[in-house]
Design a protein around this ligand. Structure first.
Ligand code: NAP
Length: 526
């Protein structure tokens, strides 16, 4: 299948418009040829451009008839890989038979074959110059431990190129997300078609962004977790979550920095919203160990905006050249923008998200009153971490009388002094009810999946509250919220806070008004 040019925009024949030529390859791993044929059809339906036939996964293999069947019956172009155990594959047999099978694949019409750099001399010697003109030779090298220096990677690419490769392939392992930067540097300067991947969760960016940096192809699995190398996304996520076909050299990069981070729904929300208005950006999970090192490494203007979550919200303050006064007062940043002069600006949208959701919850269908409905209310915050600080600060700003209850009493006390509040230990909370009509905000992770039966306060005590908010948003209705509802209180969910803080971030990221209805629709399924 060829790429054709149509009015300056590249597309695959019979497919929707695409802005880049980078291919999506689905690895096919199965016990039998019949199972492989089923997966090949699935790959075609899923939108992959080609399949990688992992011959080493077959339990029995009869080279000539099996390769012939796999090529003739595959609805997509084929790449044949027969990975030996010494390069991370499953084939433990003799080398001669393995290389013979790859030569046979070339002869029978495979579009690509993959030969390891360590075996390429032996392969070339036996080929005697009879290389098929149709079949492209990928010469590959895999490092399952680390990502070498840019200089060593450059030398590796030169050696692969000198071996007669039509396409250079190397895969390394990310010990840190900053390793990916060296691989992008090699990809963007490569004079030959190149497949360059960084394996592992910290290398995910290398798999998603290869169209931006000119990579020849990326691998996408047919099912979550059924990977041929660590860290592969699914074809569906590449196409529908990351808008892979629309990525190009000028695509702006956004992401959520955290550790852990894979649970975050932010990529879902932002990428779908970017697509809805044709904004040229992509939003990813960024598993970051050291936030200062991350920003030092990824300092180009293309790395344009970031959400920031556990445990980096406080360290993020030190990375920003300018900080919004509210974020400074709260002591935590959850949104970072790279300005046109390259400097980082930090702000806190958790505060706005939570407080406006609680205000809306209090007002309900009542006509809006002047001033905040929080003014004068007794507002109990459970927790004194990043979210607790933001919400305690926000409630105080709106004129509430704030009480902070935390497991570690000392932290509650420190925050209470900063905000101008009263401090309690978590144990005192259930017997604390100086008045009725109070507001309660849980900002701890108590009740979050998987510990959904946990709750920070007894049901009995909830009758003293008129509104209960929970920052936890997985599940949407926590045990705390269910019991609050049963006790007659209004409830406000963490999803509403999530949406509220995201409106503000989206507008800062894109300069466009947030598509509020779309945000609500996307999050309504959670
Ligand atoms: P954080 O800075 O790590 O703070 C965690 C807080 O929870 C601390 O006060 C900690 O108490 C307390 N805590 C943790 N485990 C506890 C336990 N088993 N028992 C009692 N207290 C416990 O985290 P964060 O950034 O504030 O996030 C907290 C929660 O809010 C998370 O569930 C997060 O997903 C959620 N959140 C939601 C949104 C949203 O948009 N809905 C936004 C931000 C955060 P100690 O001081 O005693 O350790």
């Amino acid at each position: 299948m060829e790429l054709v040019v149509d009015s300056g925009v590249k597309k695959m024949e019979g497919e929707a418009m695409r802005k880049n030529q980078t291919l999506i390859c689905a690895p096919i791993m199965a016990d039998s040829v019949d199972q492989m044929l089923i997966l090949m059809q699935k790959a075609k339906t899923s939108g992959a451009d080609l399949v990688e036939v992992r011959v080493d996964s077959l339990k029995s293999f009869n080279p000539r008839p099996d390769i012939d069947t796999l090529i003739k019956q595959c609805p997509l172009p084929t790449l044949f890989t027969y990975r030996p155990t010494w390069e991370g594959g499953q084939y433990a047999g003799d080398e001669m038979s393995r290389l013979d099978a790859l030569r046979l694949a070339m002869e029978l019409g495979a579009d690509y074959i993959d030969v390891e750099l360590k075996a390429i001399d032996e392969f070339n010697n036996a080929l005697h110059g009879n290389k098929s003109a149709k079949c492209k030779l990928i010469v590959s090298s895999h490092n399952y431990e680390s990502t070498p220096s840019a200089e060593d990677l450059g030398n590796l690419v030169a050696r692969i190129q000198a071996s007669g490769a039509d396409i250079v392939k190397f895969a390394t392992t990310a010990q840190d997300i900053t390793d990916v930067a060296r691989v992008f540097q090699i990809t963007v300067h490569s004079q030959v078609p190149i497949i360059a991947m960084v394996m592992g969760e910290k290398g995910l960016m290398s798999r998603i962004l290869c169209p931006k940096f000119g990579g020849y192809l990326t691998f996408g699995t047919l099912e979550m977790g059924k990977v041929s190398a660590p860290g592969q996304p699914t074809v569906e996520d590449l196409l529908n979550l990351y808008n892979f076909r629309q990525l190009g050299p000028d695509t702006k990069i956004f992401g959520i920095i955290g550790k852990p981070v894979s649970h975050s729904k932010s990529p879902l929300l932002y990428n779908e919203s970017f697509r809805s208005v044709g904004f040229n950006g992509v939003f990813m999970h960024l598993l970051v160990d050291d936030i200062a090192n991350f920003f030092r490494t990824y300092s180009s203007l293309d790395f344009a905006g970031f959400s920031c979550t556990i445990p980096h919200k406080e360290a993020a303050l030190d990375c920003c050249a300018e900080i919004d006064p509210t974020a400074k007062a709260i002591g935590a940043v959850n949104c970072i923008i790279r300005r046109p002069d390259g400097k980082l600006f930090g702000c806190n949208t958790d505060y706005i998200g939570a407080i406006s959701a609680i205000e809306e919850g209090l007002q309900g269908s009542q006509p809006s009153i002047s001033g905040s409905p929080l003014a004068g209310k007794l507002f109990v915050v459970i927790g004194a971490g990043g979210a607790g600080k933001a919400i305690a600060y926000g409630a105080k700003e709106k004129g509430a009388r704030v009480v902070i209850a935390n497991r570690t009493y000392e932290r509650a006390r420190e925050l209470a002094i900063v905000v101008g509040a009263e401090a309690l230990s978590l144990d005192e909370l259930s017997n604390f009810h100086p008045e009725n009509d109070m507001i309660l905000a849980n900002t701890t992770s108590i009740g979050m999946q998987p510990k959904v039966d946990d709750t920070p306060i007894s049901k009995e005590a909830l009758k003293h509250y008129s509104l209960v908010f929970d920052a936890v948003y997985t599940p949407k209705i926590t045990r705390l919220l269910r019991e609050a509802q049963e006790s007659g209180a209004k409830i406000v969910t963490g999803v509403e806070m999530f949406i509220g803080q995201a409106y503000e971030q989206y507008e800062r990221f894109t300069g466009l008004p947030a598509p509020k209805e779309l945000f609500k629709n996307i999050m309504s399924t959670y």
